[in-house]
Design a protein around this ligand. Structure first.
Ligand SMILES: *Cc1c(COP(=O)(O)O)cnc(C)c1O
Length: 366
């Protein structure tokens, strides 16, 4: 993991946000999309982010437990979440319903700390948030609680469905609904910040930055709107050749015998497989960077290993294998894996969070 890349990306994003007067929340949910929440969080804060965003209360408390003191926001709750520790730790909490409002409010009373809540309006993603029809009631109840001193409505927010398709009509529709919702809150005497922009909107819709942008994937150098900015992918996935062997012509390779050597060749065994984050559906459709060039992975991707065809080149045990990286040398990228199997690079990098894959960091020093 290249923390200089994280810092470079966050620096780009905070500059973009600052042009519209917005602050930047680096989204580091799911252990920073598989990159390591603590390392990325610290790098992002050093590069100018002033908020960190995570999904769950547990993720937020883990950041506090590790000593992170910045503003932290979390938005995905379960009915048995105990909000007391989060309120006491000053975590900003999303509230999408009256039930959640009461839960946060009573936790705030119990711990004797004013809760910071961000009311979530569903503007059209239709996944979470308060329905527009119930918004006034939620705002009124929150305003009452704020007047009683148990909580502060610090934000009104929403999340976009199709920002990665610039020009998609839903984006403007969602922005208009956020505007309506914000007016209701302002009319109730509240003065919250407003936020809706994910990476794609941060990069392509400065008019939707409002007070705060919430980029996730762009922090990691993966661009949801290719061409909209120059970012540096932070994650590389490396292994080494565990065994290189000369194999005669006509030998079928690996489970199911899906590939057969045409002539005598060197096959390199690499000790990583689908248990280590390589999608099995890449079988027969992937290459690695090994010995100065790309080479095909042949046969099936197994649980723990893959086989690379190296022809007559002098590949030996211990040689470095780059499975994916930023692409600078011509090696495959996470995006290439995603495109090949019909998914998004978010899933590839997030899927690299495996206990057996050791993480190391370069860069990031001040
Ligand atoms: C994941 C997430 C983001 C970041 O989205 P990206 O597309 O990765 O930039 C922002 N806000 C919320 C609520 C999210 O869940």
């Amino acid at each position: 993991m290249d923390l200089d890349a994280i810092r470079y990306n966050v620096d780009q994003l905070t500059r973009l946000a600052a042009r519209t007067g917005a602050q930047t929340m680096a989204v580091i949910k799911a252990d920073a999309y598989g990159h390591g929440a603590l390392a990325v969080g610290n790098a992002a804060l050093a590069a100018g982010a002033s908020w960190l965003g995570v999904a769950s209360v547990d993720e937020a408390l883990a950041l506090r437990g590790a000593g992170i003191q910045s503003r932290v926001f979390c938005w995905l709750h379960t009915v048995d979440d105990n909000f007391g520790p989060a309120v006491a730790a000053g975590i900003h909490l999303s509230v999408a319903s009256l039930r959640q409002l009461w839960a946060v409010n009573s936790a705030a009373r119990a711990v004797g700390v004013e809760a910071k809540v961000h009311l979530k309006i569903d503007t059209g993603l239709t996944r979470s948030g308060c329905q527009p029809a119930e918004w006034s009631a939620l705002v009124e109840a929150a305003a009452t609680a704020q007047a009683e001193g148990s909580l502060e409505v610090a934000g009104v927010w929403s999340h976009l469905a199709c920002a990665d398709e610039p020009g998609h009509p839903s984006v403007d529709r969602q922005a208009a609904r956020l505007d309506d919702a914000y007016k209701v809150a302002a009319n109730a005497g509240l003065n919250p910040i407003r936020h809706i922009a994910n990476s794609a909107a941060t990069l392509t819709r400065p008019d939707l930055h409002f007070d705060l942008v919430r980029p996730g994937i762009a922090v990691y150098g993966l661009n949801p709107v290719p061409g909209s900015a120059t970012l540096r992918p932070a994650m590389s996935f490396r292994s080494t050749v565990s065994l290189a062997r000369r194999v005669p012509a006509g030998e079928a390779v690996s489970y199911g015998h899906t590939w057969t050597t045409e002539s005598e060749t060197t096959l390199a065994l690499v000790p990583v497989g689908y248990a280590d984050g390589i999608p099995r559906t890449l079988s027969g459709r992937m290459e690695v960077w090994l010995g100065g060039r790309r080479r095909p992975v042949v046969g099936r991707v197994c649980m723990d290993q893959i086989v690379v065809d190296c022809g007559d080149d002098p590949i030996t045990d211990g040689d470095e294998v780059l499975l994916f990286g930023p692409g600078d040398r011509g090696e495959p990228t996470a995006r290439e894996w995603a495109d090949t199997i019909g998914t998004i690079d978010y899933e590839i990098v997030t899927g690299m969070y495996r206990p057996r894959v050791s993480r190391s960091y370069v860069g990031g020093r001040r």
